[in-house]
Design a protein around this ligand. Sequence first.
Ligand SMILES: *Cc1c(COP(=O)(O)O)cnc(C)c1O
Length: 378
Amino acid sequence: MRPIQMVDLQRQYAKIKSEVNLAIQETLDSAAFINGPAVNNFAVNLSQYLGVKHVIPCANGTDALQISLMALELAPGDEVITPSFTYVATTEVIALLKLKPVFVEVDRRSFCIDPAAIEKAITPKTKAIVPVHLYGQSADMEAIMDIAKRHNLYVIEDNAQAIGARYTFSDNSVQKTGSIGTVGATSFFPSKNLGAYGDGGAIFTNDDELAARLKMIANHGQSKRYYHDIVGCNSRLDSIQAAILNIKLGRLDDYIAARNKAADHYDKAFAGNPKIAVPYRSANSSHAFHQYTLTLNGVDRNGLNEWLASRNIPSMIYYPVPAHRQKMFEAFGGQNFDLEITDWLTERVISLPIHTEMDEDQLAYITENVLSFINKTA
Ligand SMILES: *Cc1c(COP(=O)(O)O)cnc(C)c1O
């Protein structure tokens, strides 16, 4: 059996090596390292894939979120509603821009922001909602967009974990995550479902004016070379990464299918076990399975993590500390938020290895060992 990793990028690369190496070599030969043709090609291909009008590539997913918020021209102190149960980047950029993060609960089953909690948190200062499609499945976007419309709020989708997931509305129309809100942000961090071989990110919108602002902000607020209209930043996707991403984008649906196959295997092995809740499958969203995350019930999580490690099986806690309990947010009153479900999940979730290259024998070995620990300690 091959060694088990949380994500196996070496084996994935091996399968596309000649194509990737050629694309890198072409970029080196052209010396168009910044804003070369690969960058625009990739943006066009990704906009077609997502069904969104504009794709603005940038340096990483955190920048994508930050630039999105910058483009909306919010005022210091404006409130932005966000889940606490997410990766730090989502909430950090809100604080960085001197906006006020308002942490709300997630749904216990879907791990995504709870629309009812959003509604309760709205005040006259609320300007935006940042739903996170955590672990690869869409948040309840129909309910979120409905709330946003009624209260005149922007929606910034954090799509870093769910690129390629499809959301179905009640009228049966389907949209890809990241293309539904005012603006969507994603990351091409190597371990993400569409990962580069370095850093990268992108911003999506269907709004022409907003797209122009986003582009300007990512490029020093520049409208014309050396004419700077607004304060921006410097955030670019480099040509080598774009060339690599172009190749991987063509395989993204296959990658997602491979992740789903592994998830199905896990689901079947754990079905009906009262001590393990397998990931909830929303009727409205396909799942990109960036992570396969169990919610344990009466299981010693550290014990399981150590037992698996002793059997050479990695497992991870995403995330061990929710945003509202991070020291970073003390000055923002993080500790004043009472988020029972978030705390509850934080103590119970554990993610198992999932990636595009998993073998049946690896999956069988993992499930056997998870179950043997759980049965042993029953
Ligand atoms: C990875 C990730 C980000 C940040 O992306 P970077 O490219 O690492 O800056 C933001 N939000 C979520 C939910 C993520 O998983």
